[in-house]
Design a protein around this ligand. Structure first.
Ligand code: SAM
Length: 283
């Protein structure tokens, strides 16, 4: 079942947390000259119109990137993220929002390799049209979990895997846990960034997923969460998190510096909160 379309949600608070963390990690990988690979298991369309019928229907971007954009001067730590958005919107109006493949393609150097997997045929076609054609980029139509396991360990030994499934099906939580464990067994030095929603409903299985992942063999596990409102406000997504395996040096302090202003700006009620926590601290 492929009912999820990210165009409804592009530029919401969850995209902001995910893409802010993504740019910080890519910046960190860019500090060293050695080439790296970027594997996006659930790539989406790569680029989204914020003035589309889909986006305006949910209004999620209005509470997300539109709100943040007018306060961006408060977050100099996210200059790279804002530059990606500015590059798409040279005029004053915010009409486009970048997806993770766009951000990665913008930030990598000519030596890096990108593998982008997207299962939805429409989004895969959009992704193909939206990205710059380049030998660095491999686009794959396949199940992102299976593709990841077929790709690790990669030829380039440094790298980042973004795991960003829709979680519309309960099995995604279990697939994330199991695929991450198997991928890590084959490639223990890779950085893995897993996004997850925090829902005020019985469909939320993030606690169970985090508990199981914490029991795994990982030696370095950093968790960051942003809750934009209290759990009881409604039955929807009131926050999201990122779990980062092998977090780059100082990512924890970078996240700790951006989360307070980000939470203030994106808060939808007085219960908004954030956490940055080591589930397993590096030794
Ligand atoms: N990573 C994107 C970003 O940050 O811009 C957003 C991805 S969106 C949350 C999830 C995407 O996964 C959707 O485009 C959906 O079509 C795709 N998808 C769903 N199941 C998939 C699967 N098993 N393998 C690969 N892609 C899948």
């Amino acid at each position: 079942m492929l009912s999820y379309r990210h165009a409804f949600h592009a530029g919401n608070h969850a995209d902001i947390l995910k893409h802010a963390a993504l740019t910080l990690i890519l910046n960190s990988l860019n500090q060293k000259p050695k080439p790296y690979c970027y594997i996006d298991t659930h790539a989406g369309a790569g680029l989204y119109r914020l003035d589309s019928e889909w986006s305006t229907k949910t209004g999620e971007a209005s509470l997300g990137i539109h709100k943040l954009w007018s306060h961006r001067a408060q977050l100099p730590q996210l200059t790279t993220y804002f530059a990606c958005i500015q590059g798409l919107n040279p005029n004053a109006t915010l009409s486009y929002y970048p997806g993770s493949p766009w951000i990665a393609q913008t930030l990598v150097r000519s030596t890096e390799q990108l593998v982008l997997t997207e299962l939805h045929p429409d989004d895969k076609n959009l992704l193909k049209n939206n990205l710059r054609h380049s030998k660095q980029v491999t686009l794959v139509v396949n199940d992102g979990f299976k593709e990841l396991l077929a790709r690790v360990p990669p030829l380039l030994k440094r790298g980042l895997v973004l795991i960003d499934p829709p979680y519309e099906l309960k099995q995604d939580y279990m697939l994330v846990t199991e695929t991450l464990a198997q991928a890590y067994k084959r490639w223990a030095t890779g950085i893995y960034a897993v996004w997850y929603p925090i829902l005020a409903s019985k469909r939320d299985h993030s606690d169970t997923m985090l508990r199981k992942i914490k029991q795994g063999a990982y030696s370095n596990l950093l968790k960051v969460e942003l809750h934009v409102k209290g759990a009881n406000s409604d039955f929807g997504m009131y926050g999201s998190g990122m779990l980062i395996v092998n977090a780059p040096w100082q990512l924890d302090t970078q996240l700790e510096s951006i989360l307070p202003p980000l939470t203030n700006i994106l808060a939808q009620d007085e219960h908004a909160s954030w956490t940055v926590e080591w589930l397993k601290a590096p030794t």
